[in-house]
Write a protein that binds this ligand. Structure first.
Ligand SMILES: [Mg+2]
Length: 288
């Protein structure tokens, strides 16, 4: 039934979904900052090499560790790069050298790497130690990301992170600038490969596995909608994204009508679909 509804949606929206992107000029000197966490947000560490058939075009190796480049990442970055008043930064708890090498290995179609397009790359070395946290507490409790290193105006920042409360909330509530994208699952090349595995980081259904896999496509569409809303004077980019954080409810690991709509829109805007008709496109989506 869900597939049928998705198919119907695709046919209805087919004629409008790949309109040319809006290229609004910057109307103020103020920039919006899209800040991306790295681990489990834009890449997924492959802890079990049996989970993937190699060589794989989306797998990179950095300092002996293999990472899967999460699907939809390049599309999200390319979209954000279209807007001259949006700056892209990365803020990770990983070491600076690792982050630098990892970002330099993720390439866009024009040959630039994520390191090339980044305004800021902030790392372990920039984390703030929470002196009040017990030594045996989780890493993200003992160390915090300080978003004021990106901008003193927190309303200008939207950070995407799979770890809740990884930012400083001591003086200002920096978590209000974070879109919590839900806890990520470990890497499984397909849902079938979760068989025999259990625990918090193992998806319990195909739908949960798929949502985890396609999350960045959905976030790209959420960003586009929020950006356009902000340009119409309907709140800030951050307000739009926080509204969509609630509507999408990605932390629940369940699809809803809104996440399905944004995902379908993202698929329709993909280059590879532009030369095929809607019928073929719908069939491919149903197979997912
Ligand atoms: Mg993370």
């Amino acid at each position: 039934m869900k597939s049928l509804l998705l198919c119907l949606f695709l046919f209805v929206s087919c004629s409008t979904a790949w309109q040319s992107p809006v290229r609004e000029p910057a109307t103020t000197s103020e920039f919006m900052h899209l800040v991306l966490d790295i681990d489990w947000t834009i890449v997924t560490e492959i802890k079990d090499p049996r989970q993937i058939v190699k060589p794989h075009p989306r797998v990179i190796e950095v300092l002996g560790i293999q990472y899967f480049i999460n699907e939809g990442l390049e599309e999200l970055i390319i979209e954000a790069l279209k807007y001259p008043d949006v700056k892209i930064s990365f803020f990770s708890g990983g070491k600076r050298a690792r982050n630098s090498e990892l970002l330099s290995k993720i390439k866009l179609k024009d040959g630039r790497s994520l390191k090339d397009i980044a305004t800021n790359i902030l790392s372990l070395e920039e984390l703030v130690k929470n002196e009040l946290a017990p030594e045996n507490s989780p890493f993200a409790t003992r160390f915090k990301k300080d978003l004021t290193l990106i901008s003193k105006d927190l309303w200008q920042i939207t950070m995407l992170d799979d770890t809740p409360n990884f930012v400083l909330d001591t003086f200002e509530k920096q978590s209000d600038s974070v879109f919590f994208i839900g806890t990520a699952f470990e890497y499984f090349d397909s849902f079938e490969k979760t068989e025999g595995h259990s625990g918090e980081y193992v998806p319990k259904s195909y739908e949960a596995w798929l949502l985890n896999r396609k999350k960045l496509f959905i976030l790209k569409e959420a960003f586009v909608e929020s950006y356009r809303e902000s340009k119409r004077g309907e709140g800030t980019l951050l307000e739009g994204m926080k509204k969509r954080e609630r509507l999408l409810d990605l932390k629940s690991h369940t699809w809803n009508a809104y996440s399905r709509k944004l995902y379908a829109n993202a698929m329709l805007s993909l280059e590879k679909y532009k030369k095929v008709n809607c019928g073929e496109m719908a069939l491919e989506l149903i197979r997912l």
